[in-house]
Design a protein around this ligand. Structure first.
Ligand SMILES: [Zn+2]
Length: 394
């Protein structure tokens, strides 16, 4: 998932928007403007589009409320939350680690959908009261829509969307919230997080395949209760199924990797005697005496024995060819202050997080006194994982 742009901060959590969000925002606005246009031809065109845009914004506020519910529970349990990102499929909270017990996973997972259902229920109730309708007749939104004013129309739409959001997330396909609830129950029964995750992931993949097959059927004209039929609805359902299938398989694989790396220290798998270079040689010397002499992509830079930075093939590539004689390694390297580093006793799982979160290929491993102990490369971790298990890594 892309990083997107940061739009603000709530409860110490960065709120981000993925670019795919803009697409879905426009889609919802356009779709609603059309619906409002048909149901309320007496409104002006500006009103249709204005209401649609406000509704789309409130929809994302609802998704944000859902994610905040997960995140605040996590924080209350001492699990840091880095960010919430809104994207094409809703939202995702970047919760830094798995919960410690089935109980805390259950609460963390279920509060999201409950938040959506409560918001949805309250909005529908207000809409129902305001419209002077009985609660029962509100369920037929389409028919009631044409008799409603703008405010009530908005409330009913937003209310139903929140109810749908809550119900969709309760589907027991891991890693959806319902799948996490299922995993917490399996975790309680088996007392084995790994097996519980595997089973929850299988259920998730099975549900995903049902969605894909149903979606394809709908695209070919099969009428399905609730979901209806039609090419767009069908493709959309198949697309969500495909996304869930990938997410289910990946989340189990990620747990296996975490397992394999959790009881090994960085010092056991790092390269303890990596080829190094010095700060004041020219780029030309670096290329001929170091880069061409080894298969390494990155070289720790030493200055009188002290570790001062890392120089990579990319740094060399971005320096123009005619400066190679005059420029020194020091001028093109990434200085130590800007590097993410590891230490020999660090858990390999933590180091892996650093590599993926910062999207770097290697971490310099430093001793307490700041001297270089070695380098941990992505490929070293992959090699270890291949030795450890029969994981297929992409
Ligand atoms: Zn959720």
């Amino acid at each position: 998932m892309g990083k997107g742009i940061r739009i603000g901060r709530l409860f110490g959590i960065n709120i981000r928007i993925d670019w795919s969000w803009l697409f879905i925002f426009l889609l919802i606005t356009w779709n609603l403007a059309t619906v409002f246009g048909q149901a309320h031809s007496e409104w002006s065109v500006l009103m249709h589009w204005g209401m649609a845009a406000v509704a789309a914004l409130l929809f994302f506020a609802s998704v944000l409320a859902h994610e905040l519910a997960h995140s605040l529970v996590a924080q209350a349990q001492g699990i840091p939350v880095r960010s919430i990102t809104l994207h094409l499929f809703g939202g995702v909270s970047s919760i830094q680690r798995e919960p410690d017990s089935p109980g805390s996973e259950f609460v963390m997972a279920i509060l999201g959908p409950i938040t959506s259902l409560v918001i949805g229920g309250v909005l529908l109730l207000i809409a129902g009261i305001a419209a002077g309708l009985s609660a029962a007749s509100v369920s037929n939104i389409d028919q009631a829509l044409s008799q409603m004013g703008p405010g009530i129309t908005l409330l009913s739409w937003l209310g139903s969307v929140n109810v749908i959001l809550g119900i969709f997330n309760l589907i027991p396909g891991f890693p959806l919230d319902g799948g996490r609830v299922l995993r917490s129950i399996l975790w309680t029964i088996t007392d084995d997080l790994r097996r519980a995750t595997q089973w929850a992931s299988w259920v998730g993949q099975a549900i995903a395949w049902v969605m894909i097959v149903t979606g394809i059927g709908m695209a070919f004209g099969v009428q399905v209760p609730i979901f209806g039929q039609g090419l767009i609805n069908g493709l959309w359902l198949a697309f969500i199924g495909w996304f869930l299938n990938t997410a289910s398989a990946q989340s189990y694989q990620r747990l296996l990797i975490k397992d394999a790396l959790s009881d090994i220290s960085v010092s056991r798998i790092m390269r303890s005697d990596p080829p190094t270079t010095t700060a004041d040689i020219s780029i030309d010397a670096l290329v001929h005496n170091h880069i061409m002499q080894s298969d390494d992509q990155a070289f720790p830079v030493l200055d009188e024995g002290e570790f001062v930075g890392i120089v990579t093939l990319d740094d060399v590539r971005s320096a123009s060819r005619n400066t190679w004689q005059d420029k020194t390694v020091r001028e093109i390297m990434t200085p130590r202050e800007q590097l993410v580093t590891s230490f020999p006793d660090e858990c390999a799982d933590e180091a892996m997080n650093k590599l993926t979160q910062r999207n770097v290929r290697q971490l310099p491993v430093l001793q307490d006194d700041g001297s270089l102990a070695g380098v941990l490369r992505r490929q070293d971790l992959i090699k270890w994982l291949q030795l450890e298990s029969d994981l297929t890594l992409h």
